[in-house]
Structures are given as C-alpha cells and as structure tokens.
Design a protein around this ligand. Structure first.
Ligand code: CA
Length: 335
C-alpha cells in the first residue's frame, strides 16, 4: 500500500454484531448522473458466538455466475442459529462489473483480480480492492473466492489452491479444497499472480481457496449445484456450520508448469478436436485454427505440450493471436 489514508468505503453492517445483517458497502462515486452518488456493494454478515470467520466472495469478475448465485442464495438462507463464528458474504465483489456482465468494471475498466492490494486513493476498482485488503481480510480465517471462466473461457469444474512457501498453510488450503469436493480439485499455478486477491490473502497467511466452475458467461444447473454444495462443505470443514462435508469423488489434478497453458499462435476460427475432460497426449492436436480470410489455406494445428486431460478451453469460436486456447492438467500423483 502506498499510503495509510483511510478507505472511503462505509459499511452499513456492524461486523462485531451477532445476528443476520443484510447491507451494503457504500463507495462514493461522483459522476455526471449523480454528483454525490455511490457504488452500493451488497454484503451480508451472519454471526453467532465464538468461532472462525469465513469471507466468501463472488463476482470478482463480473461475467462469472456460480459464485453470485450460490452466495445470494446462502445469504438468504443462513440463520444466526446455523452459525458458530461469522460468515461475511460479498456475492458480487466487483459490483459495477457484475451489473454490466463484464469481466472488468465499466467505470474504469479495472480488473479487480489484478488490482490487489488496491489503493485508497486509486480508481473505483482499486478502492474496492483496498477495502477488502485492509478491512475484510484481517477479519477472516478462511477465504473462498468463486471464479468461473467468464465469457471467454470454459473449465472443468474444480476447486483449487496454490503451492505456497509455508507448507502448513498450503496443507490447510488443500484440506479446504478437498472439503469443497468439486468433481475436480486442482493444484493451480497462475499465468501472472501479480495483483491477485489470491496472492494478497495468501501473503496474509489466510486459508485461501478458489474455484473455476465452467464458464462461457453463464452458469449451468450442474455448476450451480457444485457451488452451492461446495460453499456449505467449506463452512462445515471450518466448523462454522454443523455436520460433515458431503464428500463426492473428486479427481486431483496438477498444473505442473507453464507448459500447461496453450496460446493461440494466430487469429482464426477454432475447430475443437478435444472436449473438456478428454485425455490428451503431448504433441497431439487439440484444435485446428482455420484462417478467416480465404478458402484453400491449411489450418494451424494447435498441439498439446504435455500429456494430461483438457482442463480448460477458449469459449468463443473465434480466437485472436495470444488468446489462451487450451489448458492441459495432469492427474496428481497418487490419484
Ligand atoms: Ca475469473
């Protein structure tokens, strides 16, 4: 953080109070349509007695829906009597992006998950990140941030955590991933972890897990079921809700190196040759990229760099050079 300036965000909820509170984080946003206006980010706090605090977030990217659906539902259905400790729920963390249905904010084009730890004197998106970093993360013992592929990617449904330098923290993160019990569980690496919520929460020593639950700018009945079951499983695992997680079979996958990411080498029309979850071999063609401007030209053959299963793919049918076209993950050792 570049300054110790206080956040301009005002919470209408009292984090120390027991009971169920539905309110807003009000962030001043002065603009042509509303001189003294605000961004109003929905927040719920459900607290009762002693116990850990879970911070549950969706809508970090505004075009990913399993998190918002599961978290608006959870906020509506949890009662204080259900909870030992505290649950803080932000179903749509980058609220302007969520309302626009876009990955980034329509106000400043801010990608919230590249803005952390944020700035109190920055853009609207940087101010949201700063408030989460300085006001919410310090309250949390366990943090679950929902993602999906958004409009441009589609994933096998998985919960994930990262390899961490603190192996005890890493063990607790992967125990939470196992408790979520998505159809797949991922040891995840990032293309570039700078500015991510994940990185900030992990550096603060939190138990942090995330998800990728399908994508394409929508949700499915199955992906929503996974999200709704997973979040309750995590709360049971943390001891905040009673009961034991409903553990279904989960296949553990690993992203062993940057070789798992495949980027489009040219613009074109995508012809998929593999679907999500299919086994692939190193050197195998995963998709053809057909030229857009003429007939008669040979397609580019986009090949796998490693053996594994197809874990993610570009969603729209046209790619631009540099787009992430495929992700191949490998079955984790022992699975
Ligand atoms: Ca995302």
């Amino acid at each position: 953080m570049t300054t110790s300036r206080p956040s301009a965000v005002v919470a209408s909820v009292d984090f120390a109070r027991a009971g169920v509170q539905h309110g807003h984080l009000r962030l001043p946003y002065s603009r042509d349509e509303s001189a003294w206006g605000s961004v109003m980010i929905p927040i719920a706090v459900i607290g009762s007695g002693d116990g850990p605090t879970a911070l549950l977030t969706g809508g970090n990217h505004g075009d990913e829906y399993e998190g918002p659906v599961a978290l608006f539902d959870l906020a509506r259905s949890l009662s204080a009597a259900d909870v030992s400790g505290r649950v803080i729920i932000l179903p749509a963390m980058n609220y302007p992006a969520f309302r626009a249905g876009t990955r980034t904010s329509p106000i400043d084009r801010g990608n919230l998950n590249r803005c952390f730890p944020g700035r109190p004197d920055g853009s609207i998106t940087e101010k949201i990140a700063d408030y989460v970093t300085r006001a919410l993360l310090p309250l949390a013992d366990i943090v679950l941030d929902f993602h999906s592929g958004g409009r441009t990617l589609d994933f096998l449904p998985y919960a994930a955590a990262h390899a961490l330098p603190d192996k005890e923290q890493q063990r607790r993160c992967f125990a939470a991933v196992a408790a979520f019990a998505a159809p797949y569980s991922m040891k995840m690496i990032e293309i570039d972890a700078v500015g991510m919520y994940d990185t900030t929460a992990e550096q603060m020593g939190k138990v942090f897990l995330t998800t990728e639950l399908r994508g394409g700018g929508t949700a499915t009945a199955q992906s929503v079921r996974i999200a709704k079951t997973g979040v309750r499983n995590v709360l049971k695992h943390a001891g905040i809700l009673r009961g034991v997680p409903q553990a279904g079979p989960s296949r553990w996958l690993d992203m062993p190196s940057d070789d798992c990411f495949g980027f489009a080498a040219q613009d074109g029309l995508v012809e998929p040759l593999k679907d999500l979850g299919e086994r692939v071999a190193s050197g195998e063609c995963l998709a053809r990229i057909h030229p857009l401007t003429q007939t008669g030209a040979a397609p580019f053959e986009h090949r796998a760099a490693i053996d594994g299963v197809l874990a993610a793919r570009h969603f729209p049918g046209i790619v631009t050079v540099g787009d992430c076209l495929t992700v191949v993950a490998v079955a984790a050792a022992g699975d």
